[in-house]
Design a protein around this ligand. Structure first.
Ligand code: NI
Length: 136
């Protein structure tokens, strides 16, 4: 029997989407408002799903206090109120699209979780735009 436990989290962050090999007009054409050279912010909503089995001694799949702490340290403390392009090393050379942010978060959390768990990241950049990444 396998279940998935979810923990929600939130961070505000600024970004700019651009390709340094393109000129401003092409960046503007492809990335639109998200290519504003002066950056802009999003309210990111994160849902972290951990899939596994119930441990018979605790009744827990995972200790949610521990999951909360991992998400705080790996995501909220590093991304919240930051300029992703300038302040988060993973995005110095990686465009901080919602797709890439989801993959970076998955990699950071994957490294902190027991390998017996499967991990799903659902990341909303706006209430209507979101991605799901399961590591595949
Ligand atoms: Ni944007």
């Amino acid at each position: 029997m396998s279940l998935t436990v979810y923990r929600k989290a939130h961070f505000n962050a600024a970004h700019r989407l651009y390709n340094k090999d393109w000129d401003d007009s092409r960046n503007q054409a492809v990335f639109g408002k998200c290519s504003n050279p002066n950056y802009h912010g999003h309210n990111y909503e994160l849902e972290v799903g951990v899939t596994g089995t119930i441990h018979p001694e605790t009744g827990f799949l995972i200790n949610l206090d521990e999951l909360k702490k991992i998400i705080k340290e790996e995501v909220e403390d590093q991304f919240d109120h930051k300029n992703l392009n300038l302040e988060v090393p993973e995005f110095r050379t990686l465009n901080p699209t919602v797709e890439n942010i989801a993959v970076v978060i998955w990699n950071k959390l994957r490294a902190k979780l027991d390998t017996s768990y499967d991990l799903t990241i659902k990341l909303y950049e706006t209430p209507r735009n979101f991605v799901i990444y399961t590591g595949e």
